[in-house]
Design a protein around this ligand. Structure first.
Ligand code: HEC
Length: 102
């Protein structure tokens, strides 16, 4: 029973799989998410050091994706700036991943 719970908890903490036939931008977005964002926001976007972003939270907070891009580019509080780390394409890709997949 205990083992089953551990397995279940671990499964939940993975970055969500992409749907079959996902395009290249979503694949890139997932890779950026796992490499750069998951440590603070949780692999599934459920939160950690950084706030929860999954289950439509970013859509509620940022109806306009451009506002979300500004935070990722410039940082905010303990959220680092990514403008010199990620290309614009990578930022657009990870935004799509957080809006459509998480
Ligand atoms: C070092 C930890 C850290 C990393 C890495 C990180 N973030 Fe954050 N992020 C934070 C913190 C902390 C906040 C809250 C900032 C505040 O409101 O003061 C935040 C806030 C955000 C917000 C705004 C959330 C809201 O509710 O307003 C978004 C969107 C976001 N991060 C996306 C990302 C993305 C995308 C990445 C990867 C490219 C990323 N973050 C990487 C720590 C991090």
């Amino acid at each position: 029973m205990f083992l089953v719970l551990i397995v279940a908890a671990t499964a939940c903490a993975q970055a969500p799989e992409l749907p079959e036939g996902a395009d290249a931008q979503l694949v890139e977005g997932r890779d950026v998410w796992q490499a750069r964002c998951a440590t603070c926001h949780g692999p599934d976007g459920g939160g950690g050091t950084g706030p929860r972003l999954n289950e439509g939270r970013v859509l509620d907070r940022y109806p306009d994706a451009a506002e979300q891009a500004t935070i990722i580019e410039n940082g905010k509080g303990n959220m680092p700036s990514f403008s010199s780390v990620l290309t614009e394409e990578q930022i657009d890709a990870v935004i799509r991943y957080t809006r459509e997949i998480l």
